[in-house]
Structures are given as structure tokens and as C-alpha cells.
Design a protein around this ligand. Sequence first.
Ligand SMILES: N[C@@H](CCC(=O)N[C@@H](CS)C(=O)NCC(=O)O)C(=O)O
Length: 217
Amino acid sequence: MSNITLYGYWRSSAAYRVRIALNLKGLEYQQKSVHLVKNGGEQHASDFKSLNPSQLVPVLVDGDMQLNQSLAIADYLDEAYPTVLLTPLDRQRRYLVKALAQDIAVDIHPLNNLRVLQYLTGELSVEESDKSNWYRHWITLGFEALEQKLARTKGIYCVGNEVSLVDVCLVPQVYNAERFNVDLSRFPVIRELTASLRELPAFIDAAPENQPDAVLS
Ligand SMILES: N[C@@H](CCC(=O)N[C@@H](CS)C(=O)NCC(=O)O)C(=O)O
């Protein structure tokens, strides 16, 4: 049994990124589920808060190393386990990969995080339908730009023919888009890349529906 533990949640797209990264590197890990909704959200319980005061998953523990932020975790895994690299060695490609990954993880994803949606419908009394419109709006806006960028950088995968951190971020973000019925017909490049990536074992094994804590109806 490896020393790596991932605190996550089956539907968390940020934890989904880390699961893909660990699988691509062939690393064994154990998962601890932090249910983001049950009992007001286990991310707010004192034991998890002491692990990550930000009250967000994922958190990766590897021996003495304890880290949150999926992109920082990906960097750490590249440095600690360089068998398969998520960010290429070539400088130009490396920073292209980082920028595209951040387009998704830094610019698109946070606007639709659970706590943002809960604030909209709770404190701001926004209707459920408007919450979904909000969600779709920010993904659609982000995907419009991403579609153009990926059309320039893609090979079989997002940047050329090697799987990279961009792919690791793209598939979970498409999963979110599908959950909220974003019209993906406008994004043929994103759809084609996602279809190719979803055939890879590392992505299949990391898929939300294949996690031990998944609740499928
Ligand atoms: N920037 C962080 C984002 C972490 C994050 O937003 N996690 C979400 C799940 S995808 C979460 O824990 N949400 C709980 C909440 O909003 O209360 C990362 O990349 O790890």
C-alpha cells in the first residue's frame, strides 16, 4: 500500500483532476471521502478544517507532505514522481500547458464552486433556474476562448500528442458542463478531445461514477 492519501469527493472536479494525475503516473493511493453536501458539508467539520482551513477538497497527503490546490499537487507529483510528466520539459510547451490549465482551473472553475452557488441561492436568494444560468454562462464563456486555443494547440490531446495537465483539467470541467446541461455542440474541438481522453484507463478509473463514494441514481 502506498503512502498517498487523497481527500476528495466523487463529484469534485478538482479532486477528479488529482485522481487522473495519480492514475497517469501509476501511483497507488487511498481515498478518504469528504461528502460536500451531507450534514451541511463535511468540508466544514473541524477534523477536515484542521487539514485544510480553506474547507475545500482535494487535499493530498504523501508522507510528510500535505497539500491542497490541485495544480500545486500536480506540480508536486511531477517533481516527486517524474516517470510520466504532466507538464512537458520543453519550456515553451510547459508554460503553454500551465496557462491553458489555469484557464480552466483558475478562471472557469471557481465561479461555479459549490460555496459560490450556495451563496447565490442562500444569501442572495437567487432562483435555482438563474443559478443554473449563471453556471452555464461562465462555462460557456470560458469554453468559447478555450475552443479557439485548443484548435491551435491540439494533436490527439490538448497540446500535441502527449497527455498533459490541460487534459487533466479539461475532462473534469466537461463533466461539470454536462451536469448542468451546457450546450457543448458549439465546441467540437473540446468534445473530440474529451472523447479521446475518456478512452484512456487513467481517465476511466478516475471518473466520478467509478469512485467508491459515488452515489448513482
Ligand atoms: N483551486 C482549488 C479548488 C478546490 C475546490 O474548489 N474544491 C471544491 C470541489 S471541486 C470544494 O471543495 N467545494 C466545497 C465548497 O464549495 O464548499 C483546487 O484546484 O484544488
